[in-house]
Design a protein. Structure first.
Length: 334
């Protein structure tokens, strides 16, 4: 089964062609960092406009890489949520048009399930059941993947996503956009123990995450001690990053203990963060847990992961009608 995946949930326009749901024949990602950098964050209207401009060339390049034509495809998998509604509409509209014009099967894919499926495109795919920590610019959630296409939500952020917090802290420190890579680079010359930023704890005992407190603490520190020297900026970046990593790792390992899970998947854009990967890997070894982390190019938004998830759903007999719509608040599990 040869499937074209289309991903336009936020600010990357991506297309990929997969054979059998696991072999990547072609994959193209067009970033919009240059569009949104002046604003320090993603501007939804500008994201939608750029998707419209580049989506057809991106799909054509992915097909060229794969050496296939639209007529060679068996189906199309497209992200239809969650995400920015304008961005999602660009991808779903084109996917429906292509499916109708070429008589192809169509399936809608949850963006978060796509991130989880990125782990199946590696040489070390996980076996069910496993826990999946999905950490990105728009989402931070912990899922229990009990079986293929069967998920339970264990915890999620109650405010900012981890990636969003990185972007906001980078803006507070005047580092630029996107925040994740810049904060990591800046933190390399800083002291992660220099400032005791608080890691939130849920008073109700839930496995949920919260990043607004850390972000507010950084904001107050910058106001009280500014203007910051280069050394102070590095210390703030390192201390903030350490607090976020500590929270993510602690809650994930606690969930492993409570569920008895022996496998963990770390995925999403923030999963490209080296200190997070290293800290979770060390804790996994200490607790006898096997960790699966896709390479950075598969952690950030891409269409290969959407085609992988869509291929499995098509194989299971799932089909979407031509009234498939964008669902910006689509949930993966309750």
């Amino acid at each position: 089964m040869i499937v074209l995946g289309i991903e336009t949930s936020c600010d990357e326009t991506a297309a990929a062609v997969l054979d059998g749901g696991r072999k990547v024949l072609g994959s193209v990602v067009a970033s919009q960092d240059d569009v949104h950098a002046p604003y320090g964050g993603v501007v939804p209207e500008l994201a939608s406009r750029r998707h419209i401009e580049v989506i057809v060339p991106v799909i054509e390049r992915a097909l060229d890489q794969a050496h296939v034509r639209l007529a060679d495809l068996d189906g199309i998998a497209v992200t239809h949520g969650p995400g920015l509604v304008g961005s999602l509409l660009v991808g779903t509209s084109l996917a429906k048009a292509l499916a109708w014009a070429h008589g192809l099967w169509l399936v809608g894919v949850n963006h978060l399930e796509g991130h989880i499926y990125a782990s199946f495109l590696t040489d070390d795919p996980p076996e069910y059941p496993f826990l999946a920590l999905v950490v990105s610019g728009g989402h931070t959630a912990l899922y229990h993947a009990r079986a293929p296409r069967e998920y339970a939500l264990l915890g999620q952020t109650r405010d900012d996503a981890a990636g969003e917090a990185f972007d906001k802290v980078a803006k507070l420190l005047g580092l630029g956009f996107p925040g994740g890579p810049i904060v990591q680079r800046t933190a390399e010359s800083g002291d992660p123990a220099a400032i005791a930023f608080p890691a939130s704890r849920m008073t109700d005992g839930a496995r949920d995450f919260s990043f607004s407190g850390i972000k507010t603490s950084v904001s107050l520190y910058v106001k009280r001690h500014g203007p910051l020297s280069e050394r102070q900026v590095a210390d703030v970046a390192a201390s903030f990053q350490a607090a976020v990593v500590r929270m993510l790792v602690r809650k994930t390992m606690r969930a492993c203990e409570q569920t008895g899970a022996k496998r963990v998947v770390l995925t999403g854009g923030v999963a490209a963060n080296r200190p997070l990967r290293e800290a979770l890997a060390a804790e996994a070894v200490a607790h006898g847990v096997r960790l699966h982390v896709p390479p950075p190019r598969l952690c950030t938004d891409n269409a290969a992961m959407i085609a992988a998830a869509g291929s499995d759903r098509l194989k299971a007999g799932e089909r979407a009608a031509l009234d498939l719509n964008a669902v910006p608040d689509l949930t993966l599990a309750q």
